[in-house]
Write a protein that binds this ligand. Structure first.
Ligand code: HEM
Length: 496
């Protein structure tokens, strides 16, 4: 089954479950799964059944017993060690790294602004990958360097191979899989990833032993997740190198593409809804005015509309559209159905977020205001980051990093929808074509937007409002720059 067909199946199950009072079911090979899009039922299961379904055993081949897919007896003590490393104080410390990485991303984007549709994915995935490497491993990767390229490529290959194995029952037999070329490909890419992280751990251990302070130790970002985890586990003798490797791989696995997907969908939606983008822009103007200063963590509570936009985008396009759990005891759901011990359970987040019972008759509509209206909603109605004791540990990390990235990007660029292929300059009305490989993505690499300088867009406002010759001159200068960049971008040589 192709990744795009998997999304078709997810949409079909959403329709079936919505028609059927919130529940449906599916067989994958000989495994039976109950599918739910109902918040009340989902809340019970996500609080009570903490064991991941056995289908995730293939992911363990990459990240071993790392938190996200570990069995409950291994998961419980590790979560106790990991949770304090995501404290608000530590996350605030990471804000500077997110802001610097966002500025670097914006610079990369600048070289391509103009008329053609842009490969948004490339920039956003690089941003999240670099951010996690810096905050989790304490390593600053070189932009466009070989290590970055190789790691990101390997990651992509691993996700695809894992998803195919989980979805195709005939690939699940180890003895058979070992005979296939996919196996070698899998092992090769797994090794690239694991040896990169192992080397960093070795270095870090050495530095801790020798008590050597690195540049990183002296900056405000100070401690990486790796160091925090070593401390939280009881110091140098607290956890093994293998455990450290597994937990660090989880950060890379759980924290990079998920966030990049969230960023891409948000930007594509902003291009489709210029009125929403304008409101975001107004809010950014209120907070930052004309200043070009870096976004700091204290700005974030003031960016309320931007946060609503982000949440609405993560509702309609949850990067992880479903999660699976195992029913470990007979469980009666609020809907009245009793699930039998041993069956699988699929929390269909994509469907829940379209359930009119919780999101109203306009559930399919992109309307960020719903997050500002202050209605009390069911606590498990928004499940992008899951719910209960095993929810996403990176929830707040992610919200901080995405808000900083979006604020930095949208203070600099205005995003527009791409043109269709007819050459008429009409906006492309084709809906996004989605694929599902553990995460949900646009098959086109989110090549759906164009972007131009925000300042050039401001020129009319600046001149008509007559609020200062300097601002108007700056606007004209930027507009000239934008126009020449657009012309350059139209020449085939610079088309991206
Ligand atoms: C938009 C971005 C993100 C989304 C949509 C997301 C979503 C999720 C989901 C759906 C789960 C599974 C929960 C379950 O099975 O019930 C999860 C688990 C997890 N996530 Fe995230 N995540 C994001 C970002 C991050 C980041 C940035 C990090 C770390 C830097 C992270 C770390 C984790 C960890 C450690 C777990 C395992 C928690 C456990 O099993 O105890 N996530 N995430």
């Amino acid at each position: 089954m192709q990744p795009t067909d998997r999304m078709t199946v997810i949409k079909k199950f959403t329709r079936d479950a919505l028609k059927n009072g919130g529940l449906s079911y599916i067989w994958i090979g000989s495994n039976f799964y109950v599918v739910s899009v109902d918040a009340a039922d989902l809340e019970v299961i996500l609080k009570k059944c903490l064991e991941k379904d056995n289908i995730v055993r293939f992911v363990r081949k990459v990240i071993g017993n790392g938190l996200i897919f570990a069995t409950v007896p291994i998961w419980r003590p590790r979560r106790k060690i990991s949770a304090p490393t995501f404290s608000q104080a530590n996350l605030n410390m990471f804000a500077k790294a997110f802001a610097e990485q966002s500025e670097s991303m914006v610079k990369q984007v600048k070289s391509t602004f103009g008329d053609g549709a842009k490969p948004l994915w490339k920039y956003m995935a690089t941003f999240t990958f670099h951010s996690v490497c810096e905050t989790a491993l304490g390593v600053k990767l070189k932009v466009n360097g070989n290590t970055e390229k190789q790691l990101m490529e390997s990651f992509d290959i691993l996700l695809k191979l894992l998803m195919t194995r989980m979805a195709e029952p005939w690939l699940q037999l180890d003895a058979l899989y070992k005979l296939l070329p996919q196996h070698n490909n899998f092992e090769k890419n797994k090794e690239i990833f694991r040896s990169f992280v192992s080397e960093i751990i070795k270095e870090k251990r050495k530095k801790i032993k020798e008590n050597i302070k690195t540049d990183n130790d002296n900056t405000k970002v100070t401690k990486s997740f790796l160091e925090l985890y070593i401390e939280s586990s009881g110091g140098d003798r607290g956890c093994t190198d293998e455990e450290l490797l597994e937990e660090t791989l989880v950060m890379l696995f759980a924290g990079t593409d998920t966030s990049a997907v969230g960023l891409c969908f948000t930007i594509v939606l902003l291009a489709q809804y210029p009125d929403v983008q304008e409101k975001v822009f107004q809010e950014l103007q209120e907070v930052f005015g004309d200043s070009e200063r870096q976004v700091v963590v204290e700005d974030l509570p003031r960016l309320k509309y931007l946060e609503a936009v982000l949440r609405e985008s993560l509702r309609l396009y949850p990067p992880v559209p479903l999660i699976v759990r195992e029913i470990n005891e007979d469980t009666k759901l609020p809907s009245g159905v009793t699930l039998k011990k041993g069956c699988g359970f699929m929390a269909l987040i994509w469907g829940l977020h379209r359930n009119p019972l919780y999101w109203g008759e306009d559930a399919e509509k992109f309307r960020p205001e719903r997050f500002l209206e202050g209605h009390s909603r069911h606590p498990a109605a928004f499940l992008t980051f899951s719910h209960g004791p095993r929810n996403c540990l990176g929830y707040q990390y992610s919200m901080i990093s995405l808000k900083i990235a979006l604020a930095t990007f949208l203070r600099t660029y205005r995003v527009l929808p791409r043109h269709d292929n007819s050459g008429s300059g009409e906006v492309d009305q084709e809906p996004m074509k989605l694929s599902y490989d553990i995460m949900m993505k646009d098959v086109d690499g989110f090549r759906r937007t164009r972007w131009g300088s925000v300042i050039s867009v401001c020129i009319l406002r600046a001149c008509s409002a007559d609020d200062g010759a300097a601002r108007a001159a700056r606007g004209r200068e930027a507009a000239d720059e934008y126009i020449s960049a657009s012309a350059a971008a139209r020449s085939p040589r610079n088309e991206v």
